[in-house]
Design a protein around this ligand. Structure first.
Ligand code: TYD
Length: 213
């Protein structure tokens, strides 16, 4: 069987993790070997880099250093886990990939997008996902969802107060960034309306994957 590399992208609260887990079990029920992974991270070395990127307080890295760290982790992840799995005929589902760097560091934080693309080319060559699902949601809905999840996990602060602290502008740039990426690469990227029920979102993704298989 032919391997396949699928990525899920989107902003806060879009439901990537739920969908990727569901997809994994559906594909396994259909008899496929599936590897579920995430970025930044996915291998022991890349997870170490993830700690540097995700757990820092912010502001420690220059934008270029941050970009290089994302791609250092990604290069390890691609060479040691993703490519070997695809070569063995497996389906790799990855929660975030290069599009997240373009959307977050580029469109969101303003780092030069052509520089990110050059670093991508240098570290990964022409390697790209076969199929990318961009889970799209109005910013306010995504942030509300993700705050609700945090509350259920035991958050204390009043939801509304925290909502105001979130940078709505940043998340709007992020959303438009993902939509622009999809517009530039319509054969790879599928924009999915993530505002519907988890079942509706899943059905759209599942139909598209069956076409690709
Ligand atoms: P994570 O807890 O996995 O968030 P999420 O559930 O939203 O995926 O943390 C990953 C964070 O790293 C998330 O805020 C997005 C960010 N990120 C980037 O800024 N650039 C990247 O290239 C990647 C892969 C992630």
């Amino acid at each position: 069987m032919k391997g396949l590399f699928i990525t899920l992208e989107g902003g806060e609260g879009a439901g990537k993790s739920t969908q990727s887990r569901r997809l994994k079990s559906a594909l396994e029920s259909a008899g496929r070997d599936v590897v579920l992974t995430r970025e930044p991270g996915g291998t022991p070395e890349a997870e170490k880099i993830r700690d540097l990127l995700v757990q820092r307080d912010g502001g420690n890295w220059t934008p270029m250093a941050e970009c290089l760290l994302f791609f250092a982790a990604r290069q390890m992840h691609v060479e040691t886990l993703i490519k070997p799995a695809i070569a063995a005929g497996k389906i790799v589902i990855c929660d975030r990939f290069t599009d997240s760097t373009i959307a977050y560091q580029g469109y969101g934080h303003g780092f030069d997008i052509s520089t990110i693309q050059q670093v991508a080319k240098l570290s990964l060559g022409d390697f790209k996902p076969d199929l990318t699902f961009i889970l799209d949601l109005p910013v306010a809905d995504g942030l509300a969802r993700s705050l609700k999840q945090k509350d259920m996990a035991g958050g204390k602060e009043n939801t509304e107060d925290r909502f105001k602290k979130l940078k709505i502008d940043f998340h709007e740039k992020l959303r438009q960034g993902f939509l622009t990426i999809a517009k530039h690469e319509p054969s790879r990227c599928v924009v999915v309306d993530a505002g519907g029920s988890a079942d509706d979102v899943y059905n759209v993704i599942w139909t598209r994957i069956q076409n690709a298989l």
